[in-house]
Design a protein around this ligand. Structure first.
Ligand SMILES: Nc1ncnc2c1ncn2[C@@H]1O[C@H](COP(=O)(O)OP(=O)(O)OP(=O)(O)O)[C@@H](O)[C@H]1O
Ligand SMILES: [Mg+2]
Length: 266
């Protein structure tokens, strides 16, 4: 059995359509029979156009949205069958990194307080000295100088803020990280630094990650395997390089063609 197994997962939304005189409801199959598996220490790239269901799939895996049907099994435990209380306890096992770290960090909290709060979720009784040491180690792990721990998010650049958000995601020692477009708002040169950091974290800590992006070029750089999502379904899945060089599905070919190419003389 794989570390994370997603079996025939469906997430449907009901939308009210029609008019006042002839109301009707429409079912949106945001996640439509998705089956995937991820090994421990693997980075799975999830790619597809806006609205294809990437975020809904990740939120369903995290049990933030109830699955309409299907199953999510993490480290041998079926999450779709847990009670509400148990789900809350398990939520620490999943941490997210978002596109806009500025929006996801509390502007009134220093980096130290942000990481302290995140770390205490898992270890509420950690002694002060130990907490301090752990926060210093964590900051160094993500390439931040511990000397800046008393600063606030607005005092950092976009790339540094994303490093803080990554540190906060790692602090509760999650089993799975879901990164939803984590580099899309960053300059290209900063993008590669953050991608390299995520790869290094995977290598050093056997981090398991779902990396979501609309950009197949970015996903190819970081992912071991890639799942291509289209209208709620996984239409193609394969090893990253293989999929990049030999796309099978028409939609994957279209995604590949939409990656901008530099002119040969540039
Ligand atoms: N809470 C909701 N209620 C109703 N429909 C929803 C809800 N959340 C998402 N949807 C619909 O489900 C579909 C998938 O949306 P989702 O946000 O998962 O796409 P996405 O691939 O993450 O897009 P993007 O790349 O823009 O973030 C869309 O048609 C969206 O309108
Ligand atoms: Mg999304």
């Amino acid at each position: 059995m794989s570390y994370l197994e997603i079996r025939h997962l469906h997430t449907h939304f009901t939308k009210h359509a029609g008019t006042v005189f002839s109301p009707r409801t429409e079912v949106i199959r945001a996640v439509d029979d998705v089956t995937l598996s991820i090994e421990k220490g693997e980075i799975l790239g999830l790619v597809g156009e806006s609205g294809c269901g990437k975020s809904t799939l990740s939120r369903t895996i995290m049990q933030l949205i109830p699955a309409t049907s299907g199953e999510v099994v993490l480290a041998g435990e079926s999450l779709t069958r847990l009670s509400h209380h148990e789900v809350r306890m398990r939520r620490l096992d999943f941490q997210m990194i978002f596109q806009d770290p500025y929006a996801s960090l509390n502007p009134r909290m220093t980096i130290f307080s942000t990481l302290e709060e995140a770390m205490k979720q898992r270890h509420p009784n950690l002694a002060k000295a130990e907490l301090y040491d752990k926060i210093i180690a964590l900051m160094e792990t993500v390439g931040l100088d511990p000397a800046v721990m008393k600063k606030y998010p607005h005092e950092f650049s976009g790339g540094q803020r994303q490093r803080i958000a990554i540190a906060r995601a790692l602090a509760p020692e999650p089993k799975l990280i879901i990164a939803d477009e984590p580099v899309s708002a960053l300059d290209v040169s900063i993008q590669s630094q953050i991608l390299n950091l995520l790869r290094k974290l995977r290598d050093d800590f056997q981090l398991t990650m779902i990396f979501i992006s609309h950009d197949l070029g970015v996903v190819r750089y970081i992912a071991d395997n890639i799942a291509v999502m289209y209208q709620g379904k996984i239409v193609e899945y394969g090893e990253a390089e293989q999929l990049f060089h030999h796309p099978q599905h028409e939609y994957t070919k279209r995604l590949l063609n939409s990656i901008p190419k530099l002119p040969a003389s540039a």
